[in-house]
Design a protein around this ligand. Structure first.
Ligand code: NAD
Length: 423
């Protein structure tokens, strides 16, 4: 098959490499010339495990090339996979610019007989009602008659993409039965995973919104349990683990909040389009409120934050990934600054210049701090000797990730819903 992958990001490039590894001719499309040049040189700009070798191999075999001209790549393809991001803006409105623009480019190269699949997480109905008409208008072709259209959510986790591509069932739903069938056939040819064909594109779209909203709601519940546990002198992790020994209980872990461009975003794709989403909306509020909650605990522990020097450790939204979309670190910095603390930020995955360019003050090694908030427990922190930070009184472990043997006697540790704290 000739396949075009539109958007060579954290997910698109691994997908392109995966399809090429099955012997197909893949054209990757991206508006970023640097990305295109690197891929054509056989390099991955991302440190996804296994990606560099797969890209090098596919490019050397002549099965993978990259280009900025999407229409040309689409014209040469039997199947087009769209995987450019869709996010919400500061007002939680959905910002369609990137995916609309990619869709217009796909439309202008679309020829009869092509199958177009959206993998970007979408609000329910967008494949059929938004992109179907755009593709038809731009190509002059009729959807379901002259080209096929489907949605298949991408469910992998950055850092273990190739593992997940094998493991997670691939959910596929088309805008008609023939599109569903063709998309199912496509994925059987390019993946090793089980393929699950559902009734239609809307069912497939809703699957992804349901699984991500479920996680957000579950985390919000765990966060409220953590706050309750703090009030009652209970270690919430003991209660959660004990509760989860009952097979119907699947309570997630509490923390300082939820970051990344999936979990804090997709509940809005769902909630913005329905009046039946009270639980999802409230959960978003609870999770967004966790940064203020943990800063409040730190305030009690230090008996006031004004004039205190606090290090936020882990700018990335989660451990071991250089990605800061919707990172809770931003909220923590804002809350601490509003409380008149002096805030510095550390992250071994970012250079001091990169942090400074985001308007942050980078932490300088050896600098004295009154307290640290751990927001992402990068592996570089695993063997950190916290006692060597001059003046350190408190660590607020926002991820409940410190090992007991890592906690120095001289430092008081506060977790989220943990007993050993008592702030
Ligand atoms: N990153 C994740 O953890 C994750 C996990 C599962 C699913 N997803 C899905 O994958 C989507 C993409 O995520 P990502 O992490 O790969 O994004 P990313 O930001 O890493 O990459 C997106 C790429 O798309 C390119 N792009 C933007 N506009 C374009 C256009 N008009 N034409 C061609 N290319 C364009 C960008 O230059 C960039 O290289 C997400 O929106 C989400 O739906 C992401």
């Amino acid at each position: 098959m000739n396949i075009a992958v539109v958007g060579l990001g954290h997910i698109g490039l691994p997908l392109a490499a995966q399809y090429a590894s099955k012997g197909h001719r893949v054209r990757g499309c991206d508006i970023n010339q640097r990305v295109v040049d690197m891929v054509n040189a056989g390099q991955a700009y991302d440190d996804e495990p296994g990606l560099e070798a797969r890209v090098a191999e596919a490019v050397a075999a002549g099965l993978l090339t990259a280009q900025t001209n999407t229409a040309d790549a689409v014209r040469a393809s039997d199947v087009v996979v769209v995987i450019v991001p869709l996010m919400v803006d500061a007002e939680k409105a959905i910002a369609y610019n990137a995916i609309d623009s990619a869709t217009r480019d796909v439309a202008s190269g679309l020829t009869a007989g092509t199958l177009v699949i959206y993998e970007t997480t979408l609000p329910v109905g967008d494949t059929r009602k938004r992109f179907g008409p755009m593709l038809a208008a731009g190509s002059g072709l009729t959807v379901n008659e002259q080209f096929s259209l489907a949605f298949s959510p991408e469910r992998v986790y950055v850092g273990r993409v190739f593992e997940d591509l094998k493991k997670y069932p691939k959910i596929v739903g088309g805008t008609d039965a023939d599109s569903t069938r063709k998309a199912g056939e496509f994925y059987r040819a390019v993946l090793d995973a089980e393929i699950t064909e559902v009734d239609n594109a809307e069912t497939a779209e809703f699957t992804k919104l349901a699984e991500t909203t479920y996680r957000d709601v579950n985390i919000a519940l765990a966060n409220e349990f953590a706050a309750f546990a703090e009030e009652h002198g209970i270690d919430v992790l003991q209660s959660i683990d004990a509760a989860n020994s009952q097979p119907f209980s699947h309570i997630h872990r509490p923390g300082a909040g939820v970051g990344g461009h999936c979990i804090p975003v997709y509940p809005y794709f769902y909630a913005n389009n329905t009046r039946f989403a009270d639980v999802a909306r409230l959960s978003r509020e609870v999770n967004d409120g966790m940064a203020a909650h943990v800063v409040g605990r730190l305030d009690s522990a230090l008996v006031g934050l004004s004039g205190r020097k606090i290090g936020v450790f882990g700018w990335a939204y989660r451990e071991n990934v250089k990605e800061d979309a919707f990172t809770v670190a931003r909220r923590l910095v804002d809350e601490l600054t509003a409380a008149d603390a002096e805030v510095v930020v550390d992250d071994p995955l970012y250079t001091a210049d990169e942090l400074a360019a985001k308007g942050l003050t980078p932490y300088q090694s050896g600098e004295a701090l009154d307290a640290i908030v751990i927001q992402a427990m990068h592996e570089q922190y695993a063997d950190c000797d916290w006692a060597r930070i001059p003046g350190l009184q408190v660590i607020l472990d926002g991820r409940n990730a410190l090992r007991t043997d890592q906690i120095p006697d001289s430092v008081r540790v506060i977790g989220v819903g943990r007993l050993y704290i008592d702030a």
